[in-house]
Design a protein around this ligand. Structure first.
Ligand SMILES: *Cc1c(COP(=O)(O)O)cnc(C)c1O
Length: 410
């Protein structure tokens, strides 16, 4: 008899188990392995959206801007900073998409390092990060210096040490790799970039809401991330940006981003002849804030604040560790390989399993309400959003993978 705890044992002992009921759809047998791509909605979010339409938008009308909405990007940014980012107030803001914020901050960063000609990044970074860097390099006459990484891992300290130097303006990295789930050693890599005189920009899309962050303590310069993955903000919810206060307040070098719009200007309603940036983080904004898109995010921040970042991470590690163990026990003999770090210290909130038939397996799973995603090449990505996923869900999802794979191989 095996003495390893079963999924039912782990669910019974999980101090965060009750949070699962707060999400829409968790009462059904559907297995959701994609909360790292689009988080489930909270049950309170539907009524909140309806209330907003009826009372705030419908009742306050244009008065809503002055009364509440214009300051939301900074207020929710501060809340996100407190709950998830380890950021003191005045450094985080909500708006745009991750891609657009990446562009703004990459441009701002290279402008802060005049004379330096290179951006360092890795070949396995998310496509939009690489494409934005390519665009800025073409626009500003810079060179990209690429780091090659192990597809089951990510950027290591020794690799970054070798890549950076006196030409490096910016290091652009993901904190958790979207494919392998490699969790980069952010404080150490940040120090390596700084020792070379470069700035660092962390993409937090796959870590915010699942992995505790300490941007101030790590001395990070810049960060961006989306809010529709582990922050459950809903499809197309706006992104966030972090800029360290020391960069915003340096009198010798103003912080300038390239999309100068009226909402990021010093006095939006003076309608003055020339752009003057707003003081502080507000200058990262450009146009009218996406107010409706920030409502669901507020609900999830409240929930994460209640659960606590360390407890959320502990559950996340327990879920991914269970998935790794069970995948090897149940799928190893079918030729499935783990292409994520085995060490939980180096692993984010998902696990990727490789087999040449995973594309077909994913198509079949979606038809039977088991929803992972497929990432080239041959990867089945099992995303385990900590507060909305149970151990029983992991078990039945992996059992379904076994069933479909077995069937396809027959
Ligand atoms: C999801 C994700 C993005 C998404 O960018 P959008 O502009 O929101 O589409 C960017 N970077 C990483 C690392 C991601 O995982």
């Amino acid at each position: 008899m095996s003495t390893a705890p079963t999924a039912a044992d782990l669910d019974a002992a999980d101090p965060l188990a009750a949070y699962r009921d707060r999400f829409v759809g968790t009462e059904t047998p559907l297995v959701y392995f994609d909360g790292n791509s689009l988080g489930r909605p909270l049950r309170v979010t539907g009524p909140r959206l309806a209330r907003f339409v009826d009372q705030e938008w419908g009742g306050r009308l244009i008065r809503g801007w002055d009364e509440d909405w214009l300051s939301l990007p900074e207020r929710i940014g501060d809340e996100l900073g407190r709950v998830c980012l380890g950021a003191a107030p005045g450094q985080s803001v909500i708006g745009d998409s991750t891609t657009v914020l990446l562009y703004k901050l990459v441009r701002a960063a290279v402008a802060l390092r005049p004379g330096r000609t290179e951006i360092v990044l890795d070949r396995d970074n998310f496509p939009t990060d690489r494409y934005v860097a390519q665009g800025v390099a073409a626009e500003c006459g810079l060179t990209l210096r690429w780091i090659d990484v192990d597809p089951a891992g990510g950027v290591e300290a020794a690799q970054l040490e070798e890549a950076v130097g006196e030409r490096t303006a910016l290091v652009l990295l993901s904190h958790v790799a979207y494919r392998s789930a490699w969790l980069a050693d952010a404080p150490r890599l940040t120090r390596i970039a700084h020792d070379a005189g470069a700035l660092v920009l962390w993409d937090l899309c796959h870590s915010a809401g699942a992995v505790p962050l300490a941007l101030d303590a790590w001395d990070v310069d810049l960060a961006v991330g989306c809010t529709y993955k582990y922050l459950n903000g809903g499809p197309g919810a706006p992104a966030f940006a972090y800029v360290a206060r020391r960069l915003l307040e340096d009198p010798a070098q103003p912080f300038v981003q390239p999309v100068q719009g009226w909402i990021g200007a010093a006095d939006s309603f003076a309608m003055g002849p020339d752009y003057r940036p707003a003081p502080g983080i507000r200058r990262v904004l450009s146009g009218t804030p996406p107010v409706v898109g920030m409502l669901a995010l507020q609900d999830m921040l409240a929930l994460l604040g209640e659960a606590g970042a360390e407890a959320v991470r502990a559950k996340s590690v327990a879920l991914t560790s269970y998935a790794v163990t069970r995948a090897e026990e149940r799928l190893g003999d079918l030729g499935v390989r783990l292409v994520s770090p085995r060490d939980p210290e180096r692993r984010g909130g998902h696990v990727t399993l490789a087999h040449p038939l995973m594309r077909e397996v994913t198509e079949r799973l979606w038809r039977r309400d088991v929803i992972p995603d497929h990432r080239e090449p041959h990867g089945l990505r099992v995303g385990l959003s900590p507060l909305s996923t149970s151990f029983a869900e992991v078990e039945s999802g992996l059992e379904a993978v076994r069933h479909e794979l077995d069937d396809l191989r027959a």
